[in-house]
Design a protein around this ligand. Structure first.
Ligand SMILES: Cc1ncc(COP(=O)(O)O)c(C=O)c1O
Ligand SMILES: [Zn+2]
Length: 428
């Protein structure tokens, strides 16, 4: 049985890579021309410069086998490029975060069935722990002793934390003007934190130069030379959402977009579940969410373009501030193919959405969560989302990391002396 992605096949029970360190991963495959490469720390096709991704030969796996696994991403190890015994000696164990039934928010928005997949519950409080967990395994397999990345903030913290536990050196690169909480998180675990005077796209370009300058042979840049492995970690969001819904893919899902990697891998995860017979095949719509101040994919979608014109970001959603998104064209394809859309919201709408989610569901999201909830609200208001369909919205990070977004209105209702009189006077 062939999976819907051309590169992936369901093999016999004995199928799998020759290299057991990578479990069911069989090769790297070019997303553009299909050229295949041996598994290694490479990320671009030498034929056409297209991005490489993991091609698998899966063995059959049952819902029961998965359910018997640990309550973290390693329950899906047979679908990831990791060795079979990874769960016995995990480095980080992210995942199995809450899928919160959001009835209050659904009622307020006027939709029937809504869940929030709340990934703020991961070890470093964002979904990035999922992707880093896979990258660490790859880094160990390739013998890298230094873990690195270019980051909009969350990834830097996830990398330094995972490196600390794995006994690896860390050297991470961020734009120097990030939120204080993200700088603290990225530095508290040790390692080197390098602030670059520029945007994320400048940081990323600089990291590519470092890799070209031979560091790529010695350092594992999780989202550059280890990107094919790293990116697969986002598939676990698709697996978990489906399993937590009772092995069902939701009708509609709203996903934030920075580079677009997460969105493309959630789609890949759903397709794999269908091909493996773990869920029933049914249509689903993927909606991509951006901040207006950094909306190159949304702009291309609205203009009907296939090519994405890079922008200079200017938004409070700094974790999504990638002006030249590597996976942007694939996000466009997926939104169009599934009948979803790409939409954006202003900084004001992001803040309103953070407050709305907090007020209705008791979930405090970072600005990226404000973007998805804001886009959800906008799509419902404009009649572009089916109010009767099962909907999932992602919150990928913790509001404690972006306090400034809501701090201006956050103060005590009153400051009083500790006396009954003072209390009665204040609240009479
Ligand atoms: C909290 C959060 N959500 C979503 C994203 C988007 O991830 P991607 O680059 O895979 O689109 C990021 C990226 O940094 C992030 O930090
Ligand atoms: Zn190619």
């Amino acid at each position: 049985m062939a999976l819907t992605t051309a590169e992936t096949t369901l093999g016999s029970a004995s199928a799998g890579s020759a290299d057991r360190r990578f479990g069911p991963a069989a090769a790297l495959s070019c997303r553009e021309c299909g050229a295949r490469y041996d598994l290694g720390p490479i990320f671009a096709c030498i034929e056409c410069f297209g991005p490489l991704e993991i091609a698998y030969e899966f063995s059959r796996v049952t819902r029961e086998e998965i359910a018997a696994g640990p309550t973290n991403i390693w329950r899906y190890r047979s679908l990831l490029p990791v060795p079979a015994d990874v769960a016995a000696k995990p480095n980080m164990a992210p995942g199995w975060t809450k899928l919160v039934k959001a009835d209050n928010l659904a009622r307020e928005l006027g939709i029937r069935s809504l869940h929030v997949k709340d990934d703020s519950g991961n070890p470093t409080h964002s979904f990035k722990d999922r992707v880093v967990a896979i990258a660490v395994e790859a880094a160990r397999n390739f013998g890298f002793h230094t873990l690195s990345c270019s980051s909009t903030g969350n990834l830097a913290g996830a990398v330094t934390a995972a490196a600390a536990r794995a006994g690896l050196d860390a050297c991470v690169f961020i734009p120097a003007d990030l939120e204080q909480a993200k700088i603290v998180m990225a530095s508290v675990y040790g390692g080197r934190l390098v602030g670059i005077d520029g945007t994320y796209d400048d940081v990323n370009r600089f990291c590519s130069e470092l890799i070209g300058d031979e560091l790529g042979d010695r350092w594992g840049f999780v989202n550059v030379n280890l990107r094919p492995y790293y990116a697969e970690g986002s598939k676990t969001l698709a697996y978990e959402i489906a399993e937590q819904l009772g092995w069902r893919i939701p009708d509609q899902i709203i996903i934030p977009v920075a580079s677009g990697s997460q969105l493309t891998k959630i789609d890949k995860g759903f397709k794999e579940l269908i091909a493996l017979g773990l869920v029933e095949e049914r249509p689903y719509k993927i909606f991509a969410a951006q901040a207006e101040g950094c909306s190159p994919v949304s702009a291309a979608y609205k203009a009907g373009h296939d090519v994405i014109r890079p922008v200079k970001p200017d938004t409070i959603a700094k974790s999504l501030a990638i002006g030249n998104p590597a996976d942007g064209p694939y996000v466009l394809d997926i939104a169009r193919r599934t009948g979803g859309a790409v939409e954006d919201v202003t900084d004001t709408e992001i803040v309103e959405a953070i407050r709305l989610l907090a007020r209705t569901e008791g979930i405090f999201a970072e600005t990226a969560g404000g973007v998805t909830v804001g886009v959800l609200r906008k799509l419902v208001a404009e009649g572009r989302l089916d109010p009767d369909a099962e909907t999932v919205v992602l919150n990928t990070g913790d509001g404690l990391k972006t306090l400034d977004a809501v701090a201006d209105q956050a103060r005590p209702t009153a400051v009083i002396r500790p006396s009954l009189d003072a209390f009665r006077t204040a609240f009479a």
